[in-house]
Write a protein that binds this ligand. Structure first.
Ligand SMILES: O=C(O)CCC(=O)C(=O)O
Ligand SMILES: [Fe+2]
Length: 215
């Protein structure tokens, strides 16, 4: 696997970007399948204390029991899409992390986006590894340090690329997928996550930070 390190020193976005983790042909074919096969929904997110529709379509998938919360409500995941099983298995093999869920996001065009947030839900535990597979149109991904906003990173997530975020990345940085005025086709992003079995056991150590602070 050819790795391209885009992180920096301690305190520290610990990132690994693998271009063409999936070859572009397979990645494009997967977009077509997932566009039609996933039960896409508009998720609601909390923004400055109000609930609003998120500007994208989403679908949570996972093993039975890998329940997750958003906006204070516990949700059971949809079953894994058949097309994603080999991908999940390969990621588990290559990372050694037993991913049991994935959040799929569909950015229909350049107006769809994701605001600044960290993937720091308590059920992910501390220093989670998140494996993010991008399919379809290339979009710019940005990270900004929480306490030192001058520390920024930005790069393109191209068709078939895999971004692995680890270590202190969620703790130290927030990330976003900005909207763009350029004409762009649909993009699907899959973030593979490991949801820990009993979130109640870990809530005391987490949750001081807000997550999904913007849509
Ligand atoms: O679409 C992306 O690349 C980012 C998605 C993301 O940050 C998330 O699902 O938490
Ligand atoms: Fe995220």
């Amino acid at each position: 696997m050819r790795m391209e390190t885009v992180g920096e020193a301690p305190d520290a976005a610990d990132l690994m970007l693998v271009r063409d983790w999936l070859d572009p042909g397979s990645a494009s074919a997967l977009v077509e399948r997932l566009l039609h096969e996933l039960p896409w929904q508009v998720h609601r997110v909390r923004l400055f204390g109000r609930e609003v529709d998120s500007p994208r379509l989403s679908c949570w998938m996972g093993d039975p029991g890998a329940a997750y919360r958003y906006s204070g409500v516990r949700h059971e995941p949809h079953a894994w899409a058949e097309a994603l099983l080999p991908i999940r298995d390969r990621l588990v093999r290559e990372t050694g992390v037993a991913f049991n869920s994935a959040l799929a996001n569909l950015y229909r065009d350049g107006r769809d986006c994701m605001g600044w947030h960290s993937d720091d839900e308590p059920e992910l535990g501390e220093r989670p590894m998140i494996a993010s597979l991008s399919l379809g149109a290339a979009r710019r991904f940005v990270l900004k340090h929480r306490r030192d906003p001058g520390r920024k990173l930005a790069f393109e997530l191209t068709n078939g690329s895999l971004l692995v975020m680890r270590g202190d990345t969620q703790e130290a940085y927030r990330h976003a997928l900005p909207r763009t005025a350029k004409p762009v086709g649909p993009r699907i992003n899959l973030t593979f996550r490991r949801i820990l079995p009993d979130p109640r056991a870990i809530t005391e150590n987490a949750g001081s930070r807000t997550s999904k602070a913007s849509p």
